[in-house]
Design a protein. Structure first.
Length: 341
């Protein structure tokens, strides 16, 4: 496929394809590419999953046993190990053994008693950084919360970053998806799904360094300000109808150019994110490649595939979208691309 950006043409070239005789996947959640180039993720109904060129291996099933997890919310690299976070606030650590990953130990993250639904995490500088709104104080009129929580390796909360105040008539940020990733110059990069902007964070000082508004392509369809409040515009069906909430979420989260993934690839010196085009004349998704120094949008790559990770100049994608939002996808196929100019 050929994509045009101004006068420049680039080609997204498929360099490999992994095909599996496997039951259809239900939903692809958190994913990343490991040091040995396998896809690690929370994937329903496989749950804790390692995917290589030759097989799909479950290393954490659903349940309360050692090699099981209950209501997993995110997965991330923990040195040479893997962490899966459960909704109740427990993290389970899995370590690489011959033949795959196996349970190592677990610990609880100490947090406030108010609801906290983390969305994505990263381990860096011997600290755990978790993206997701941790409520600090609530009332009928407002809620104070922080978007990043920092823990030590024992699970102690050591700092909260990006503290905000939510008024009752503003978007409820607890329903958003948030992303955090290791970036260049020993920094972290943070973003929310509804806004094409990023925040750079110093993990050493645990302070915000810089905020950057990102350039977006002409197809960009902004999410409405009231998307996360009860004042939704023309929601499908009526409140109380069977499946109302899921219908509403599917309609709105596939009808606007929300951000689905955020990665940094040192090989390309690029910040990379994926969003929907919401344009029937284009492919379903666009992969946006920004220069990591200038944050200039260098490439807009259109594809129907869902991005699950970027590493060493390669884009790892699930063919034909994410089954959770893009309908039934019977084939289990992963395409690996690179940009060819």
């Amino acid at each position: 496929m050929v994509i045009s950006l101004s006068a420049q043409k680039v080609q997204l070239e498929r360099i490999d394809q992994w095909k599996f005789d496997h039951e259809p996947l239900v939903y692809i959640g958190n994913t990343y590419i490991s040091k040995d180039n396998s896809i690690i993720g929370i994937i329903r109904d496989v749950w804790g999953t390692e995917i290589t060129k030759t097989e799909i291996k479950q290393f954490a099933g659903y349940g309360d046993g050692p090699n099981q997890v209950i209501f997993p919310t995110m997965i991330f690299s923990y040195g040479n190990d893997i962490v899966i976070h459960e909704l109740a606030g427990r993290i389970k650590i899995f370590t690489k053994k011959e033949g795959g990953y196996t349970f190592k130990n677990s610990r609880w993250l100490k947090k406030k008693e108010l609801p906290f639904i983390p969305r994505q995490g990263v381990f860096f500088e011997n600290r755990i950084f978790i993206a997701g709104p941790q409520d600090l104080k609530q009332s009928q009129q407002s809620c104070q919360y922080a978007l990043i929580s920092v823990y030590d390796e024992k699970g102690n909360l050591i700092k909260l970053l990006m503290e905000k105040n939510w008024e009752s008539n503003q978007p409820h940020y607890g329903d958003m998806i948030y992303y955090i990733s290791v970036f260049k110059n020993n920094q972290l990069v943070f973003a929310a799904e509804n806004e094409p902007s990023i925040t750079l964070i110093s993990p050493k000082s645990m302070e915000v360094v810089k905020e950057v508004k990102l350039q977006v392509p002409s197809f960009y369809k902004k999410m409405p300000e009231k998307f996360y409040t009860s004042e939704l515009t023309s929601p499908p069906g009526k409140v109380g109808d069977p499946g109302y909430f899921l219908k509403m979420m599917e309609t709105y989260k596939t009808g606007y150019s929300m951000i689905y993934n955020l990665y940094f690839d040192a090989n390309q010196n690029a910040l990379i994110l994926q969003m929907r085009t919401c344009d029937k004349k284009l492919k379903r998704y666009a992969i946006l490649v920004y220069n990591a120094d200038t944050f200039k949008l260098e490439h807009t790559l259109y594809t129907d595939d869902y991005l699950v990770g970027v590493k060493d100049g390669k884009f790892y994608c699930f063919a034909n979208g994410n089954p959770g939002w893009d309908g039934d996808i019977d084939d289990v196929v992963f395409n690996i691309y690179r940009v060819k100019k």
